[in-house]
Design a protein around this ligand. Structure first.
Ligand code: NDP
Ligand code: GDR
Length: 374
């Protein structure tokens, strides 16, 4: 007998978490609908391997155009799809960029969440559709207590975090006001080989690979002292699903419980290619250089300065220290991480080395990036 498949709708399907969550739900037998934005260049790299030809019958991975700033679009999609579960992952997710685009960030990240919740309510789906809201450790912002739990007070430190704070509370409010199954996952930083290239971990692993292969001279970073509780995105998307399978809708902190300074992530990444960094100086003047290199492939770079601090990457207000306590999720939902930071750094470095080796080969073969106007 054919079992009826569960239907999931993922906003932000083209992002890091959207891609891993799609893979995870497809493996679980879901039909997955994803909302992607119209862009002038393709933005589906992370999910191209899941693509199914529209002419194939019984597709289980279907993409739709949409935008978090467009209620008409979101309401129509939810009406057509009638999802059992919505994972609201779409957001302008870059903290530093939110200082440049605060109004848009509020609209997409804050009001966008309201649009999803209210569409479900207006369509009378509040007893059918479960909603996961991608909340964030950025809500904790300025340190009130460590480690941070579901009970730690919020003190957002960026337009992004303020928008996400609205999204957090509107999710709680719709749950309480209308009896909806709507939950916040307060996820701490999670990374992977497909992390966006401008977040600090990926910026570091990408640049380290390029420096090791002679494709780039130096890496410029901002605050090396910030500390983050970094996990692997694969562990965290599994948790998003577990949150929606719980008996009661609640809010959950998801974290590894270990915090690491940005500086240490840099050291670990360079160590993967056999380059030992020695840091000198403090603050803005700080510089790192290669002390010695144990990997014969990269001997060329002995003694070269590879890291510098650039004040442009500092934020007007910074979140200095994040460390989460996921005891509630571990005890009530049985969640645990399968990756630690060392495994994460290794996987990201190996992936970026493979990517950059391709670029190096192309360069050696005399390939030049095409200029459309030539
Ligand atoms: P990404 O930046 O990788 O992905 C964000 C996704 O949202 C992309 O698919 C992006 O589309 C889409 N998007 C952005 N703006 C809009 C819009 N206006 N309308 C529709 N789609 C839009 O983020 P992650 O995958 O890392 O994070 C997923 C969610 O989890 C985000 O909400 C983020 O704020 C939150 N979060 C992330 C954490 C992390 O450490 N990764 C930790 C805690 C929370 P496009 O590809 O076209 O840009
Ligand atoms: P974050 O991630 O702001 O924590 O938000 P990001 O990787 O951007 O920054 C982490 C820390 O590194 C410091 N830093 C730099 N950051 C960037 N991007 N570039 C640099 O050159 C650099 N140098 C130092 C930052 O100041 C910061 O302290 C991420 C996003 O995924 C959010 O969407 C999510 O909600 C939170 O994680 C949890």
């Amino acid at each position: 007998m054919n079992q009826i498949k569960k239907i999931a709708l993922i906003t932000g399907v083209t992002g890091q978490d959207g891609a891993y969550l799609s893979e995870f739900l497809l493996e679980k037998g879901y039909v997955v609908h994803g909302v992607k934005r119209r862009t002038s260049l393709f933005n589906t790299d992370r999910i191209d391997h899941l693509y199914q030809d529209p002419y194939v019958e019984n597709r289980n991975f279907i993409l739709h155009y949409g935008d978090m700033t467009d209620s008409t679009n979101l309401t129509r999609l939810i009406q057509e799809i009638q999802p059992d579960e919505i994972y609201n992952l779409a957001a302008m997710s870059h903290v530093a960029v939110s200082f440049e685009t605060p109004e848009y960030t509020g609209n997409a990240d804050g009001l966008g969440t309201l649009r999803v919740l209210d569409a479900v309510r207006l369509l009378g789906l509040e007893k059918k559709t479960r909603i996961y809201q991608a909340s964030t450790s950025e809500l904790f912002g300025k340190v009130q207590e460590v480690p941070q739990t579901e009970k730690t007070p919020f003190y957002p430190r960026s337009p992004y975090a303020v928008a996400k704070m609205y999204a957090f509370w509107i999710t709680v409010n719709y749950r309480e006001a209308y009896g909806m199954y709507a939950c916040n996952g307060i996820l701490f930083n999670h990374e992977s080989p497909i992390r966006g290239e401008t977040f600090v971990t990926r910026k570091i692993t990408r640049a380290t690979a390029r420096i090791a292969l002679g494709l780039q001279d130096k890496l410029y970073l901002g605050n090396l002292d910030a500390q983050r509780d970094w996990g692997h995105a694969k562990d965290y998307v599994r948790m998003m699903w577990m949150i929606l399978q719980a008996d009661e809708p609640e809010d959950w902190v998801i974290a590894t419980g270990i915090t690491t300074p940005v500086r240490e992530f840099v050291r670990m990444s360079f160590a993967e290619v056999g380059i030992e960094l020695e840091f000198r100086g403090e603050g803005i003047e700080e510089k790192g250089y290669v002390k010695y290199c144990t990997n014969p492939d990269y001997q060329l770079f002995i003694g070269k300065e590879v890291l510098a601090v650039d004040a442009n990457y500092f934020r007007p207000t910074e979140v200095e220290l994040l460390i989460g306590d996921a005891t509630k999720a571990k005890t009530k939902l049985g969640w645990k991480c399968q990756y630690d930071l060392a495994a994460l750094v290794k996987e990201m470095m190996q992936s970026d080395l493979r990517l950059m080796e391709k670029e190096q080969h192309l360069k050696e073969c005399g390939y030049k990036i095409l200029n459309y106007f030539e």
